[in-house]
Design a protein around this ligand. Sequence first.
Ligand SMILES: [Zn+2]
Length: 267
Amino acid sequence: MPELPEVETVKETLKNKIVGLSIQKVDVYYDKMMSKATSDRLVGQQIIDMNRLGKYIIFNLTDLDFISHLRMEGRYFIKADEPILKHEHIVFHLSNGQTLRYHDTRKFGTFDVREKHETYLVPPLSKLGLEPFQMDPMDFYHRLKKSKKPIKTALLDQTIVAGIGNIYADEILFASHVHPLRRADKVTKKEATWLIERGRGILESAIEAGGTTIRTYVSSLGVTGRFQLTLMVHQRLDEQCYICGDQIRKVVVGGRSSFYCDTCQKR
Ligand SMILES: [Zn+2]
């Protein structure tokens, strides 16, 4: 699943390629993903700018904002006017003759069109918490105080803090020495500060890594936002902790596989 750094990379890549172009026609090949009424509203709109909040990509159009969430497998590709592939569900015909294609093998992606004045005032964006970049550590601490859920689950709750997914939640917890099963309301002020500050560092490094990787192969293969970052715990079950040498363990928290070091992370 794409997380904040991947979505940021996708947004930046698209921004460089499509801002200034107009949407001349929209073909929807999977009706449940976008209604005719919605796709009709996009026709004739110019793409003025692109933004992101949490894991949502926001296309700022002439009169409207178009909000896209990639969910599990959503991807964008920019192609010439060539045959449509099986998993390309929405095709935006652009004013330079190219097409922007939304590709999604799982079909979980979501789309919303909003009037500009309501974009941040109504769901889905109104429900999001701040990103770690804007979050004050003490505000975060007080938000955690209200939750009896495990801290891993709280980090994934987009209404508490936006943009953190399963991979980076594991990495941020490791960097902050906090066990994924610790109750959120038992996290100390010092740990809440670590979670936010180290979280920012991890996300920033990932954005930089994504930016460098994607520039090398994006133009013909499309925008996937996938890249490799050195992970300390995630998907490293039974491997040695880079800090203490103990084996990395796995526990399921709130239905999500969570990787951690029992020695480095306090319960
Ligand atoms: Zn360790």
